[in-house]
Write a protein that binds this ligand. Structure first.
Ligand code: PRP
Ligand code: URA
Length: 209
């Protein structure tokens, strides 16, 4: 089973509380989502492989380290995942970005894929799939299916708020995928929204409601 980690760093928890507030406006919401994504990028990249490198400093040779091995792809699930991309890129600026378009049918809660555009060498990359919300898990499961179908194997899923139902479903469907979240909330309501959650992440990010 992959790792499941709730990131309880005080800065992440504080910022998450700010965007849960229903009075937090679009501009602030967007900025803080990116800030949290940057903080999460620090932790999710912790096990990136390092290699030895000799660096000539002004005073001599430093036997130092640099990141080696797999290159990174950040893959947001549209729309709301887009809100986390710039924040992740702040720490991993050389990453390529792929996009997977997915929407949930409001009645059935079933996910529907409508767009996939990935770096051509996706199979060789460490992939961070980002989406603020893990609710039923349908969207993330289908997005990761789409990635694996195209050769991806090294995948981590990064969200802001998760429901227990979604974590369980994602772990069952993709036991090889590590899951990182800023919060594990109580439950889903009968409309498939996370309670207490933060509402509709896409609408709050893009001001569409
Ligand atoms: C939201 C969210 C996730 C999905 C989570 O997207 O951004 O992708 O719901 O729900 P699930 O775990 O039950 O699948 P939505 O379908 O509202 O699309 P949007 O981002 O375009 O608003
Ligand atoms: N998608 C959202 O944006 N919010 C939820 O609470 C659940 C799914």
């Amino acid at each position: 089973m992959g790792k499941f980690q709730v990131m309880d760093h005080p800065l992440i928890q504080h910022k998450l509380s700010m965007i849960r507030d229903k009075n937090c406006g679009t501009k602030e919401f967007r900025e803080i989502v990116n800030e949290i994504a940057t903080l999460m990028a620090f932790e999710v990249s912790r096990d990136m492989p390092l290699e030895d490198v000799d660096i000539e400093t002004p005073e001599g040779i430093a036997h130092a380290k640099q990141i080696s091995g797999k290159k990174v792809a950040i893959v947001p699930i549209l729309r709301a995942g887009i809100g986390m991309v710039d924040g992740m890129l702040d720490l991993i600026p050389a990453a390529k970005v792929g996009h997977i378009g997915m929407y949930r049918d409001e009645k059935t809660l079933e996910p529907h894929e409508y767009f996939v555009k990935l770096p051509s060498d996706i199979g060789q990359r460490q992939i961070f799939v980002v989406d603020p919300m893990l609710a039923t898990g349908g969207s993330s499961i289908m997005a990761i299916d789409a990635l694996k179908k195209r050769g991806a194997s090294n995948i981590k899923f990064v969200c802001l708020v998760a429901a227990p139902e979604g974590v369980k479903a994602l772990q069952k469907a993709h036991p090889d995928v590590d899951i990182y979240t800023a919060a594990l909330d109580e439950k889903l309501n009968d409309k498939g929204y996370i309670v207490p959650g933060l509402g509709d992440a896409g609408d709050r990010l893009f001001g569409t409601k």
